[in-house]
Design a protein around this ligand. Structure first.
Ligand code: HEC
Ligand code: HEC
Ligand code: HEC
Length: 466
């Protein structure tokens, strides 16, 4: 990743040499300019507008990055790891000197939808402005009114990035923005044929910035597609902070092909459903954002996701034989004994788990993800189901970091990935060792009070429960 970014810098330097005139044309073509800094809020501020803005802030999950754990709302300070160093989310309370109290509506619009600061320099795309470019005027005006006139101002200085020169220079970011940020334009979510799908597309592609985690990124770190219309890579899954943000398309084995719309709604509302339970960065998304969204909007998101075509044609062929062998005490398969001793008490020898309590591991897209990062992370770190308003109970999975070595974890995960109907490549001990190092570094930082979030806002989970 680091090397990729350096090459990017070299590429950007080359671009710079092309000359400002040329670049300006590129900007006009690719949509990196526009938005009048002086623009004033064109609507009357009233309680209804502010209430709407509060909902927009929730759907956009501004808290994920701009509210530090235990810190004041929107006062910033959350550290976000990027391949070149740490970027800190800023104070977006209406404080005049340390926050955005001096922002006009135009300044706010340019920062949120275009990644441009009032001084004309560019924001790091750790701020998901390529997704927010699609937020409509109505929502953005309400969001501004909410933050400006209702969030308490907090004096809190922004922390400078830990990125060393020359990577710390912001001008290459401007070229990145010109090349990769989409044009801000009037609503393209046509409501003609299927208004529910349009609403869902809007929420997923803009405010929800689901693609920031769930869409793979190119060498130059932009998402390979920002909408379904952009290309087939959209929401096909990516690794964030050592967890796989799964394929959300119609694929049966790796995606949401076997989930109904109501399964998706239940997951986003409560953090679990009959098949799965949320963990890693998704726990935070549910806890801070989706659990508070109205049922109609969650239904729209689910409806939209279910319209995304599969990119693989695999199917599950469930095999009862693996469960029967385990139940009969046959542990001849590699990893089977480790599974019986450590996992079966909760996930059962049938791999079926207990609905809405201990997720099923049989026929499970999380288990079948091409990259085993999530599986390794959850076994090393353990997990606690998110606490949501409707389901406050938090069932936990213990950490196995001290109990199983790299070989044993690789064996038990390879067993999971090749039994009951699952069929994904085996896991090698080296892959476990790599993630173990990262998990140890994060746990040490966490204990030292330096809480970091992943590159797309995934808050580091506290050290695993023992
Ligand atoms: C995934 C993390 C993330 C999310 C989600 C996020 N931001 Fe940001 N935001 C950042 C980071 C990081 C910066 C600072 C980037 C930099 O220094 O270049 C930033 C900068 C900003 C700025 C520029 C502030 C300044 O000091 O000049 C504004 C305004 C802003 N964000 C508003 C929002 C709003 C409103 C939302 C919700 C709709 C939001 N952000 C959601 C990470 C995030
Ligand atoms: C901060 C990164 C992040 C963001 C933003 C994010 N997700 Fe996730 N998501 C994850 C991770 C990591 C997982 C895997 C862990 C899990 O299954 O809970 C996941 C899993 C899921 C799953 C379960 C998939 C399965 O097969 O079990 C669904 C559904 C989902 N996300 C939907 C969404 C939607 C819809 C959005 C936007 C509103 C979204 N996610 C935004 C990180 C993210
Ligand atoms: C004490 C009960 C318990 C034990 C023992 C246990 N787990 Fe879990 N497991 C859970 C719970 C609870 C969750 C849901 C965690 C969450 O969502 O935060 C879970 C989640 C998972 C998931 C994610 C599934 C999904 O779709 O959300 C995997 C994979 C997993 N466990 C594998 C294992 C393996 C492998 C072992 C043995 C090494 C194991 N578990 C042992 C309780 C347990």
């Amino acid at each position: 990743m680091k090397r990729g970014f350096l090459l990017t810098l070299v590429g950007m330097t080359a671009l710079a040499a092309v000359g400002t005139g040329c670049a300006y044309t590129a900007a006009a073509l690719f949509g990196g300019i526009g938005g009048a800094p002086q623009a004033a809020l064109a609507v009357a501020v009233n309680p209804a507008l502010i209430k709407h803005g509060q909902y927009v802030a929730t759907a956009g999950d501004c808290d994920a990055c701009h509210t530090a754990p235990g810190g004041d709302r929107f006062a910033g300070g959350v550290a976000i790891a990027t391949p070149v160093g740490t970027v800190y989310a800023t104070n977006i309370t209406p404080d005049d000197t340390t926050g955005i109290g001096h922002y006009s509506y135009g300044d706010f619009e340019r920062a949120v939808r275009r990644g441009i600061r009032p001084d004309g320099s560019s924001l790091y795309p750790a701020m998901p402005f390529p997704s927010y470019a699609r937020i409509n005027d109505e929502d953005l005006q309400a969001l501004f009114a909410y933050i400006r006139f209702s969030v308490p101002a907090v004096e809190h200085l922004d922390r400078p990035t830990s990125i060393a020169w020359p990577m710390s220079a912001r001008w290459p970011l401007t070229y990145w923005r010109w090349l990769f940020a989409p044009q801000v334009r009037a609503n393209t979510f046509s409501a003609v044929n299927d208004p529910l799908r349009s609403r869902g597309a809007y929420l997923v592609e803009s405010l929800g910035h689901c693609g920031a985690c769930h869409t793979p990124r190119a060498f130059t770190l932009q998402e390979k597609a920002l909408t379904d219309a952009d290309g087939p890579a959209y929401l096909t899954g990516a690794v964030v902070d050592n967890y796989v943000a799964n394929d959300l398309r119609g694929d049966v084995v790796t995606g949401l092909g076997s989930w109904s719309e109501s399964d998706i709604v239940t997951f986003l509302q409560t953090g679990r459903n009959a098949q799965a339970a949320a963990f890693g960065g998704m726990s935070d998304v549910i806890q801070h954002s989706t659990q508070y969204m109205v049922a109609d909007d969650l239904g729209a998101i689910a409806h939209y996701l279910k319209t995304l075509s599969a990119h693989r044609s695999d199917q599950f062929i469930h095999s009862a034989a693996s469960g029967a062998a385990l139940a009969a005490g046959d542990v001849s398969a590699r990893g089977a004994l480790d599974y019986l001793n450590n996992c079966a008490a909760c996930h059962l020898s049938s791999g079926r788990g207990y609905s809405s309590t201990f997720p099923a591991l049989a026929d499970n897209p999380v288990v079948n993800a091409p990259d085993p990062a999530s599986l390794i992370s959850i076994v090393l770190r353990g997990a606690a189901e998110p606490a949501t308003g409707s389901v406050p109970t938090r069932f936990t999975m213990p950490s196995f970091a001290d109990r199983l070595d790299d070989q044993e974890i690789a064996d038990v995960l390879s067993f999971l990935r090749s039994h009951w109907g699952n069929h994904a490549p085996g896991v090698v001990p080296g892959a476990v060792a790599k993630i173990r190092v990262m998990v140890n570094i994060q746990a040490t930082a966490y204990r030292a009070g330096d809480v970091e979030v992943g590159s797309a806002g995934a808050r580091a989970t506290p050290p695993a429960t023992r």
